[in-house]
Design a protein. Structure first.
Length: 232
C-alpha cells in the first residue's frame, strides 16, 4: 500500500510556473509574464499582432444616421440587430423599402421604483393631431403591490381614439421594466389592447395592474401632463 505524499514547496513552485505558461489573453494571444520578466521576442510578436488588428479598417456604424436624441437607444438597437437586419437586407438586395420604427424600442431607468416607457406620450400624440384615450391604474389599487408594500407609481396606456391603435405605454412601478413587456408585445402584435383585455391574469400579481390600466381608457381632450413620464 503506497503512502500519501504531501506536496512540497518545490511542487508548489512548479505548479505556479505551469499556470504562468498556460495563461493567454482572450484576444491578442499575448503571453502573460510574471513581474520578473519574460520572453522578449514573444512579447514583441504579440505587440505587432495587436497593432495589425487595430490598424484594420472598420465598417461604418450602421446607426450613425440616428439623431442625437436617439443615441441613447443605440445600445437597445444593437440588441435588436436581427430585426433591423431583417429590414436592411431586403432593402439592399431586393430594392424593397422596409422601415424600422424607433417608437417601438422600449427604454427603462432602474431607479426605485423603476421607470419604463415605449412609444408616444399623450402630449406627443396630441401634438401629431391625434385624438387619444388614456388608461391609467395607480399601483395603490393593485393587490400584489399593496401586499409587497410597493404602492408607488402607476401603469398608463396611450391609445388612438379613432383606430384603437396602441401608441404608447408608460410605467412607474416596482419591476416596471418587466411589466412594460406586455405593452411591447401588444404593439408589435395586433397593435391594440384587445388581447390584453381578453386575457386572464393570475391573482394576485402586478400584471393585474397592467390589465386594469387597459380597461380604464378615457378620452383625453386636453394635454395630459399629469402622470406622463419625462419626454426623453
Amino acid at each position: 500500500m503506497s503512502r500519501l505524499r504531501l506536496p512540497t514547496q518545490e511542487d508548489h513552485h512548479a505548479g505556479e510556473a505551469k499556470q504562468r505558461d498556460r495563461k493567454r489573453t482572450s484576444r491578442g494571444g499575448r503571453r502573460l509574464f510574471d513581474l520578473a520578466g519574460g520572453d522578449g521576442a514573444a512579447d514583441e510578436r504579440a505587440r505587432r499582432l495587436r497593432d495589425r488588428r487595430r490598424a484594420r479598417p472598420r465598417p461604418a456604424h450602421p446607426l450613425r444616421h440616428l439623431h442625437r436624441r436617439d443615441r441613447g437607444r443605440e445600445q437597445v438597437l444593437r440588441e435588436e440587430g436581427l430585426e433591423i437586419l431583417t429590414g436592411t437586407a431586403p432593402n439592399a438586395l431586393a430594392g424593397e423599402h422596409r422601415r424600422y420604427s424607433l417608437t417601438r424600442v422600449p427604454g427603462a431607468i432602474f431607479t426605485d421604483p423603476e421607470i419604463a416607457s415605449v412609444g408616444l406620450t399623450a402630449e406627443e400624440a396630441q401634438a401629431q393631431g391625434r385624438k387619444v384615450k388614456v388608461g391609467k391604474q395607480e399601483m395603490t389599487k393593485v393587490g400584489r403591490a399593496r401586499a409587497m408594500g410597493e404602492t408607488e407609481g402607476f401603469v398608463k396606456f396611450v391609445v388612438d381614439a379613432d383606430s384603437d391603435e396602441l401608441l404608447g405605454m408608460h410605467v412607474l412601478a416596482y419591476h416596471g421594466a418587466d411589466l412594460l413587456a406586455q405593452g411591447v408585445i401588444a404593439m408589435n402584435g395586433t397593435g391594440t389592447l384587445a388581447p390584453l383585455l381578453d386575457c386572464v391574469c393570475i391573482h394576485p400579481t402586478l400584471s393585474e395592474g397592467v390589465k386594469a390600466a387597459a380597461g380604464n381608457l378615457q378620452a383625453a381632450e386636453i394635454p395630459d401632463t399629469a402622470g406622463d413620464l419625462p419626454v426623453r
